[in-house]
Write a protein that binds this ligand. Structure first.
Ligand SMILES: [Zn+2]
Length: 272
């Protein structure tokens, strides 16, 4: 296993994007039933990962990747963290976008213990309800029931559950971004007039922000997920926000620009 990471500044915050898993190209037809003619040959790129945000007084982690219990992994977060000098004990707060295993399995070690022993957790209350309820209630992965049961037992009592948009810490905000899975949220960071959205799986590839007319039938609530992408695109443009997605290529951080056509936007990558 090796590591892939990308570091940059957002105002006075330090951002580190880390890959955890194995990525690659997939045909758009894997996810979208009705593909417009002009996108017929389009592939999308998907590679899971997580993000560390250092504010002057607190270290945040957005999601936790696959971790050692899910594989095979070409890139491992623990290898990247060792290289970047980030001990797991130093993570203060974990922000969860949703409950799919490629985002939460990495919270547990092979022995089933918490990888980040000092962390407090923040998530949408519907995510907690899904994690602590029946797997069919929005998780879609009944195979992870045992892992989820173990996890919820360990983090109950150290989790903050939010229903509406709210600031968690100065410059750190949970924003509900529903549709992809139960309780799916994005996290908004702002420092010295710079803004970044970590949108989790609201869009697997920037293409889904460029074309918010596309519907992914395998999502929890496909129409809602599609409308959430349009809302994210509009807000990101209004706030001139940088956008990071869980499955984007490690250096593919960008902004959206208008094309003038409804539900069509343009992805403008920020030069790495
Ligand atoms: Zn994912």
């Amino acid at each position: 296993m090796t590591s892939a990471s990308y570091r940059f500044h957002l105002g006075v915050f330090d951002i580190l994007i880390v890959k955890d898993g194995t990525g690659g190209q997939r045909p758009l037809s894997d996810l979208v039933d009705h593909i417009p003619q002009e996108l017929a040959d389009r592939d999308i790129f998907m590679e899971g990962g997580l993000m560390v945000v250092d504010t002057p007084d607190r270290r945040f982690l957005v999601d936790a990747g696959n971790g050692p219990n899910r594989g095979p992994r070409k890139y491992a977060a623990e290898v990247a963290f060792e290289k970047e000098g980030i001990p797991p004990q130093s993570i203060d707060t974990i922000l969860l976008t949703h409950g799919d295993p490629d985002h939460i399995a990495g919270l547990l070690s092979k022995a089933g213990e918490l990888v980040y022993p000092n962390a407090h957790y923040v998530m949408h209350i519907d995510l907690w309800r899904a994690l602590s309820g029946d797997p069919a209630s929005g998780l879609f992965f009944s195979s992870q029931a045992e892992m989820v049961a173990r996890l919820t037992k360990l983090i109950e009592g150290r989790s903050t559950l939010l229903e509406l948009e709210r600031e968690i810490w100065p410059g750190v905000r949970l924003v509900p971004a529903p549709g992809h899975r139960a309780g799916h949220s994005l996290f908004r960071f702002d420092s010295a007039d710079e803004v970044l959205f970590h949108i989790g799986d609201a869009a697997f590839d920037p293409l889904f922000l460029e074309r918010t007319d596309l519907t992914i039938s395998a999502e929890y609530r496909p129409q809602q997920a599609r409308d959430t992408r349009e809302a994210i695109a509009r807000r990101a443009m209004a706030e001139n926000a940088l956008i990071v997605g869980s499955h984007f290529h490690v250096t593919n951080v960008g902004r959206l620009d208008t094309t003038g056509e409804p539900r069509h936007h343009r992805w403008v990558p920020q030069a790495p």
